[in-house]
Each structure stands twice: as structure tokens, then as C-alpha cells.
Design a protein around this ligand. Structure first.
Ligand code: GLU
Length: 505
């Protein structure tokens, strides 16, 4: 029997998502159960959004969870390199083979043409945006356009009729009419591959036997099957895991809940509880056993026990599980060690010294000043948020805008945070010191005054700060989707002055 080889293929385009750990765990469990290999491949072909520090964070976050891979960019292996940006030659060569075989074609559509096609498709209610107008150009016409230096993308010739049928090992038989599938772009005009091309070429070349990924990739699978057929390769077995949902039943989103693995680490969850919690997502052990080690699930694993409906990521459940671990697997004489690992260590404590040195009269005042670093849910009060003399609703707009600004930040330093908060003041046309600073003190420190604001902000870290902004928004009455959407437009125009009543600013 061929050796099982599975992979996760995260794109380093943002904070390390809980979904990455979730997929990594099921791939790891599957590989170990079958005595196979588990590969980490970095899909960084999106040149504008991929960043090396995000890649580093993926390694850090997975390692914190205790997840180890057998092959990867940092480890090497028989199919190296494992970073797609270092494999572009291979994708171009493979794509050329499809062009030569007439399975793919050069498409010269301009941005205006594409826009026009989208509008027409919308009017006609077509699922597809692209009308395949370049699918049958003559070789002479292609040569003429190339000689003129016209830019092009390479598209896959998806069948015009019939159906794509495949067996998903979790969901069963899936049937999609080819007419619903666009002629996929394989190579972009910058000569970089799309996700579809690079992903399929790599899964084939890296001898991946099972593609275990989230349900959100289901709509890509017919395109991938079509590519396997065009290349004449045997597709791997596909297994689409249930989507992670919030308790509101919607797809887990950082707009509503913390989704970065670092948040759970920094908020003081135990990695063993966090990992156990993630393996409960969409999976059930025999007799509904809920607390078990990774080794136990590896031994007992049976993919038939994976559910087909969404898996609810319920933080209350995680809290409960975490407490069970604290009670049952961390003896009292080990507890202090674990607390030290969390935040009561020299590195963290020393980072607070410059905040307090000139501000305490006795050591007894240390905690009074720094309590907010050790608390997950600050006891917000109305009085606290009355300080900036704004409507609570107006404060939610500002808090939301700060979240957007923070998400764009390249570096998380007290200077950049200070700068960012001044920009927000400008966009809303409000006084930074009188309005924004009190909002930030209240949200981050739960106080009207405290140690230097932006230094605390920096030390608290992005994930915990972000969670506080969400908590404060919700405490102040929340922000509806419609309002958020409208505000976003104003925010993108960099002018939200009308969102704050003139007297208030
Ligand atoms: N690069 C994709 C991601 O970011 C990979 C999806 C897949 O597993 O095919 O998750």
C-alpha cells in the first residue's frame, strides 16, 4: 500500500488562524494513525499579501500547540523546496505542458473587458463571470497579440458540458455541472501561478495521497479535479472538514471573535486544552469522550466519525475544558511553573518595569497599576466610557475604526500605535487627547488613567488588545452589520467626520 502523505498548505497572509491549527491537527492525526508523513507547505504565491513574519508566526503558533511536521520549509525533506515562491519554475513548466496539449489557453482580456463580462453575467444571472471569448483564438492571432506585447493570463479549458463527479471521503459523492465552473486562471499576468495551479502541481509532485482541508475549499475541488484530468494525473482522496462556526452559527470571523492562535496563548489557555478543544470540532470520540490526549485520538481515529455539519467554536466550552485540564492534569505543585510560562516570567515582568518605576511609591501599588495585563475581561463601567463625552454609539465607531487601523499596521510598537490613533482622530475630526486617549485608556486598561498608554498597548500585544476592542464594542451596545458596512466606506475614503456629532468633537 502506498504510504499516506498529507499536508497543510497555509498562506502566510495574516495572523496564524485557529483554522490552521484545526486543519494541522486532523492532518497530523490522520498521518500518525496511518504511519504516514505530515507535510507543511507554505503557499506564498500571493506576492502582495504574503509576508515572511506571517510565515514565522505560523511555525511559532503550531509549535506552541505542540504540532510537529515531518517535512517543511524549515525542516527540508525529499520534496524540497516547500515554499511555493521557490517553485515557480515548476509551475510555469507544467503550465506550458497544458498549453502545448491544448488544455489551457492564453487569455488577453483587459480589466475593462472583464468588468463588462461581469456586468453582463450578473444581468443574465450566470454563475460564471468570464465568457471564454479567448478560448479559441487562432495561433496567428495569439502570436500577433504577443508580438504587440499584450499581457495575458493562462486559463484552463474547463469542459463545456457534463458534470464533475467525485467522492469526498467525508461528504460522499459530490456532483457539480461543469457549466457552473469558470475557465480558471492558472498563471497570472505577472507569470505567478494561482492557488489552483500551484496547489495541484505541488500535491502531485509531493505525492500527497489525501487532501484534508476545510469545507471552504470545496468549491475549488472541481477545478482541481479538472486540472488533474488535464495533466493526466490521479487525484488524491479529498476530505473536506466541517467549517468552524461561531456560536452565532456564522463562519468564525475575527470581526466577532478572536481567531488568532496567539490570542489563546496570550490569554492564558493551556495548549493541551486548546488542542483537545480543536479536535472536538466536528469529531466525536466513541462514547462521546471529550477529554483525551493527542495520542489517544491518534490511536482511536476513524474518519467516519467526522461530522458533515459545521463545528461550533464555543469559547465557553473551551473555558470549561481548560478548567478540567487545570484541575485534573496540572497538580498544584506544577501550577506555578505553568503560570510562570504564561506571563509571570522575567521577560514579561521586566518589560513592565519602565512603566512603573517612576509611578509607584510602594511595591503594593504595582498590581494596582498593572492589573490589566493579567485580566482577560476588564470590568467595564458606563462611567468609564463617559469620560470622552461622546455618545456610546459614536465610541463604537471609533473603536471599530481603530481595529481596522490596527489590522493594517506593519509594526506593533508604541510609536506606530500612537501614530495610528492620531490618524483615527483626524479621520473622525476629533481631538486626539480629549476623545481618543480616554477611549483607549478605558478599553485597554479599564481605567481613566494608568501607566503610559501606548507602551501598555504595545506590551499587551495585538491579539489581546484586539479582543478588548471587540469586548468594549459589545459592552457599549454593539455595531450592526449595516452600520459597520457604511462606516467602512467612510473609513476607506479616510473621512468619517459626519459620524460624530459636531458639538462633541
Ligand atoms: N493555501 C490554502 C490555504 O490557505 C490551502 C488550501 C488547501 O488546503 O488546499 O488554506
Amino acid at each position: 500500500m502506498t504510504k499516506v502523505r498529507v499536508r497543510i498548505a497555509p498562506s502566510p497572509t495574516g495572523d496564524p488562524h485557529v483554522g490552521t491549527a484545526y486543519m494541522a491537527l486532523f492532518n497530523l492525526i490522520f498521518a500518525r494513525h496511518h504511519g504516514g508523513d505530515f507535510i507543511l507547505r507554505i503557499e506564498d504565491t500571493d506576492q502582495t499579501r504574503s509576508r515572511p513574519e506571517y510565515e514565522e508566526n505560523i511555525y511559532k503558533a503550531l509549535k506552541w500547540c505542540g504540532i510537529e511536521w515531518d517535512e517543511g520549509p524549515d525542516k527540508g525533506g525529499p520534496f524540497a523546496p516547500y515554499r511555493q515562491s521557490e517553485r515557480t519554475e515548476l509551475y510555469r513548466n507544467e503550465c506550458q505542458k497544458l498549453l502545448d496539449a491544448g488544455k489551457a489557453y492564453k487569455c488577453f482580456a483587459t480589466a475593462e473587458e472583464l468588468e463588462e463580462m461581469r456586468e453582463v453575467a450578473q444581468k443574465l444571472g450566470n454563475k460564471q463571470g468570464y465568457d471564454r471569448r479567448y478560448r479559441n483564438l487562432s495561433p496567428d492571432e495569439i502570436a500577433r497579440r504577443e508580438a504587440l506585447g499584450q499581457s495575458y493570463v493562462v486559463r484552463l479549458k474547463v469542459p463545456l458540458t457534463g458534470e464533475c463527479v467525485f467522492e469526498d471521503a467525508i461528504k460522499g459523492r459530490v456532483t457539480v455541472p461543469w457549466a457552473d465552473v469558470d475557465d480558471q486562471i492558472l498563471l497570472k499576468s505577472d507569470n505567478f501561478p494561482t492557488y489552483h495551479l500551484a496547489n495541484v502541481v505541488d500535491d502531485h509532485h509531493m505525492e500527497i495521497t489525501h487532501v484534508i482541508r476545510g469545507d471552504e475549499w470545496m468549491s475549488s475541488t472541481p477545478k482541481h479535479i479538472c486540472l488533474y484530468q488535464a495533466f493526466g494525473w490521479t487525484p488524491p482522496t479529498f476530505m473536506h472538514m466541517p467549517l468552524l462556526l461561531g456560536t452565532d452559527g456564522k463562519k468564525l470571523s475575527k470581526r466577532r471573535n478572536p481567531t488568532s492562535i496567539f490570542y489563546y496563548r496570550d490569554a492564558g489557555y493551556l495548549k493541551e486544552a486548546f488542542v483537545n478543544f480543536l479536535t472536538l470540532m466536528g469529531y466525536s470520540m466513541p462514547e462521546d469522550k471529550e477529554i483525551y490526549t493527542l495520542d489517544e485520538i491518534i490511536k482511536a481515529f476513524d474518519f467516519k466519525r467526522i461530522g458533515v455539519s459545521g463545528a461550533v467554536f464555543d469559547v465557553h466550552k473551551l473555558d470549561w475544558l481548560n478548567q478540567q485540564y487545570l484541575l485534573n492534569s496540572i497538580p498544584e505543585d506544577r501550577l506555578w511553573e505553568r503560570l510562570k510560562e504564561w506571563q509571570f516570567n522575567d521577560t514579561f515582568m521586566k518589560s513592565l518595569m519602565h512603566l512603573i518605576h517612576t509611578r509607584i511609591k510602594t511595591f503594593g501599588e504595582f498590581m494596582e497599576l498593572c492589573d490589566f495585563f493579567f485580566i482577560n475581561h476588564l470590568p467595564y463601567t458606563k462611567q468609564l466610557f463617559e469620560a470622552p463625552k461622546l455618545q456610546f454609539e459614536e465610541i463604537t465607531y471609533i473603536l471599530q475604526a481603530i481595529i481596522w487601523r490596527l489590522d493594517e499596521l506593519e509594526s506593533w510598537t508604541s510609536q506606530s500605535l500612537n501614530q495610528a490613533s492620531r490618524e483615527v482622530a483626524e479621520i473622525f475630526g476629533v481631538n486626539h487627547k480629549k476623545k481618543i486617549m480616554p477611549i483607549l485608556f478605558a478599553t485597554i486598561q479599564g481605567k481613566l488613567q494608568g501607566p503610559p498608554l501606548f507602551d501598555s498597548f504595545e506590551i499587551l500585544g495585538k491579539e489581546r488588545a484586539r479582543a478588548r476592542f471587540l469586548q468594549a464594542i459589545s459592552y457599549l451596545g454593539g455595531l450592526s452589520e449595516t452600520k459597520r458596512h457604511e462606516l467602512k466606506k467612510a473609513w476607506d475614503r479616510k473621512d468619517a467626520k459626519t459620524w460624530i456629532a459636531p458639538a462633541a468633537s
